[in-house]
Design a protein around this ligand. Sequence first.
Ligand code: GLC
Ligand code: CA
Length: 522
Amino acid sequence: MSETWWRGAAIYQVYLRSFADGNGDGIGDLAGLRARLPYLSDLGVGAIWLNPWYPSPMADGGYDVADYRDIEPSFGTLAEAEEFIAEAHALGIKTITDIVPNHGSDQQKWFLQALEAGPGSAERERFHFREGRGESGELPPNDWKSIFGGPAWTRIADGEWYLHLFAPEQPDFNWDNPEVVEEFHDVLRFWFDRGVDGIRIDSAALLVKDMDSLGGEEAYTDLDGVHEIYRGWRRVAEEYADRILIGEVWLPDQERFAQYLRPDEMHTAFNFDFLACTWEAAALRCSIDLTLATHIPLGAPPTWVLSNHDVTRPVTKYGRADTSFSHADRKHGMPSDPVLGERRARAAALLAMALPGGLYVYQGEELGLPEVEDIADELRQDPIWIRSGRTDHGRDGCRVPLPWSGDEPPFGFGAGPTWLPQPLEWKALTAEAQAANPTSMFTLYRTGLHLRRELLGDGTLTWLSGAQDEVLAFRRESGLVCVVNLGQEPVSLPEHESVLLASGPLEGNLLPSDTAVWLRTA
Ligand code: GLC
Ligand code: CA
């Protein structure tokens, strides 16, 4: 197995606003995170990725960045961020920050300067400003739609329009402008100089636009020019030792996806094909094989992702009659069987942990938190809610502050009411309640992550022959065999020396439905 830390790491995703609150204002922060570092160390994670922690008006939960070289005041200070990095390192935990290159914030200095400087100025060239169509420019320059709903253009007082693929508060940068390229190289160095070990690249495939295209995703998704940008970023990363680039690249075409992982581009990228896959043996096997076939020839480690801050929580997703996920259809309100959902989410966790490569765990996944589907409409914060004309509930349901301890909200999150309300039922799901319980989701994750460090991680797998159609069974180099039963009936276990871990009770030598097991074999 490779010694390079990131190839097989379990990377824990911290959505800072909802992780832990250190000062009692109901919003998670760096003080809260630092106080919980022992929890993450005990859980067995190798690295922490934090969603954007920069000053932000929070029009999109921090993905509207007003200053790439500072920390959001409600989260803490730059000095605290540096202390966090040092403390994580002292525990052997790497740190990854999130850079948003496609767009900034309408409160960011460059954008304010562009508004001020007026049409035709060099300041406007850092963004996509255009005149409108129609007699008096009253129509947007083209018909592109925002990914969050509504038009992708907003008109300003002097009559020009600017492009925003997401919310109007998130103006897109013009990546044809060398100043933009230079600026982001400098931002990367700023954070690498402060010791971060990796950069998660937001919306990585969207940076280059074809303004002559009529619109639709092909006008801005995965245009060839984007690769030159990441070659530049890779050169910056190589100025430092052991720093990595991780891409958020949502592309249905695996060959196009693989191009981002060429040796002079990113080191790894999130595996959204696996995340979106249904709970079916054939579909999962197909996704795993496709992933391996895409990564292994490039020498890039695959990654395995079950959830993040943009998608439906696994226990809710897997408890539905339709277990697929897509951004276009979140299936909000589709009934979910909590017992079935948890059972499958436990099995999925052991599957994901056993696969070769890196693993991502989104905060609260280890507690088996469900999607919160009954947030009152007036409390919803995700811009998708308003921009979809209140038809898509968006992503708030997976961003509710974590329950740490106690019997009632805020469940040890902090001292005051949380920025999104926590369900009362989370009393049973607090980290404190689960730590003491040998059969809890938390104990499963902690045990699995520690075993994974020893026996799994980077490498490859061999499918076991003879397994039934509804069963996934593979062996890893260490001799560990993972078996997952996705069928209705129990199946016999293959020959083994001992059972290392199971996602649910076994029936003698039988593996029940929707259960996974790790076996030690000779
Ligand atoms: C990415 C982020 C998401 C954000 C969007 C715009 O998809 O994961 O949370 O809203 O980019 O920055
Ligand atoms: Ca706080």
